[in-house]
Design a binder for this molecule. Structure first.
Ligand code: MRU
Length: 347
């Protein structure tokens, strides 16, 4: 699959962000070019780009765009403070996935460390760093895939939730990176993907990218996981994460918690696959994770048509937190950790 998001260079100090438009898959497959930092906020907010590592890269591109917009700033202090303001705005687009803040901070650090350089020179460094982060994302996902494939038994059926695939990253994927790496070694593995209401990332995106690769994929609705676990038809569950606390509690797409409870009950191993950048060293437990609340139309409408009366109350949290006690292991680019040992990555 082509890169989900990348910096399209025009020169060393100019260019734009090109991304696959994830709101139109599977009906259509097209890219969108984002040429301003305000448009980057909108692209993340409206989920043209989504998935924790992919929105991290989008944030890094947003900082470059903001720097280009401020290249005529008369002094370094103004240049930095204007970009910091816009970076904070972009970061507010989606509050749960920590990768967004991580990548934005990584870019701001470049600006702060180079106060002796011209605006133009700093922009060049920001472009280089954004491209480095893109390349690193794929390299990290391949490592996650390599480590993770060891937990996939021969001929296994893997259940996954939401989309933690190539589309949620620059390429290869985290949870689906594990699927891809396992599939390279064993063509008999299968995937059960649940729909993932309300935005159907499982149905629209996961089945799209896996079937494109020729991987045997079955779509189920969100309520079916426990049924298939009870029948002995799921061997392992692997999902991604948006933010992991130091105690191993992991936020991921709403519904993940319920899948993890069902997996525990049926003795099915439940793994999270995520890069170190998804772990938030500033929070001790999942209780501190801010959960994004999204609009009610995502729940009340399907394909633009209402599925319920407009008299009903609706609440639409985008994520939930799976407690560490339900997680068998966290697969990272540094190896597989017991959730209560994940803090060791920061020692
Ligand atoms: O709301 P989304 O589609 O951005 O949510 C995505 C997820 O929950 C993914 O599982 C997570 O970001 C990990 S992506 C490798």
């Amino acid at each position: 699959m082509e890169k989900t998001i990348y910096w399209q260079k025009i020169s060393e100090t100019s260019g734009f962000s090109r991304m696959i438009d994830q709101t139109v898959i599977p009906e259509e497959f097209k890219t969108v070019d984002i040429k301003s930092s305000d448009d980057m906020y909108d692209a993340i907010k409206t989920m043209i780009v989504r998935g924790a590592p992919a929105i991290g890269i989008a944030g890094a591109h947003g900082v470059v765009l903001s720097a280009i917009e401020n290249k005529e700033a008369s002094d370094y202090k103004t240049f930095l403070s204007e970009i910091e303001k816009q970076a904070e705005y972009i970061n507010s687009s989606r509050p749960t996935a920590v990768n967004l803040k991580w990548a934005i901070d990584n870019q701001l650090e470049i600006i702060r460390k180079n106060s002796d350089k011209t605006n133009e020179e700093i922009i060049e460094l920001l472009v280089q760093n954004a491209i480095r982060l893109e390349d690193e994302d794929i390299r990290i996902n391949k490592k996650i895939g390599e480590y993770g494939s060891s937990v996939v038994p021969k001929g296994a059926t893997i259940m996954t939730h939401c989309n933690a695939g190539a589309l949620a990253t620059v390429g290869w994927g985290t949870a689906l990176g594990v699927v891809r790496s396992a599939w390279e070694k064993d063509k008999t593995i299968k995937v059960f993907a649940d729909e993932t209401r309300p935005r159907q990332q499982g149905a629209r995106l996961t089945t799209y990218e896996l079937t494109r690769d020729g991987i045997d994929t079955t779509l189920i609705t969100d309520g079916m996981g426990a049924y298939f676990m009870n029948k002995g038809m799921i061997d392992v569950v692997i999902t991604g994460a948006d933010r992991i606390a130091l105690n191993g509690d992991s936020a991921n797409k709403i519904g993940t918690y319920m899948v993890a409870i069902a997996a525990k009950y049926h003795n099915v191993p439940f793994y999270i696959a995520a890069p170190k950048s998804t772990i938030d060293p500033n929070i001790k437990s999942g209780k501190e994770i801010v959960i994004e609340l999204r609009n009610k139309e995502e729940v009340t409408m399907i394909n633009g048509k209402p599925v319920c009366t407009d008299k009903v109350n609706v609440i639409n949290p985008g994520f939930d937190v799976t407690p560490a006690s339900l997680i068998t292991g966290i697969i990272t680019e540094y190896g597989i950790f017991k959730p209560d040992e994940i803090y060791k990555l920061f020692e």
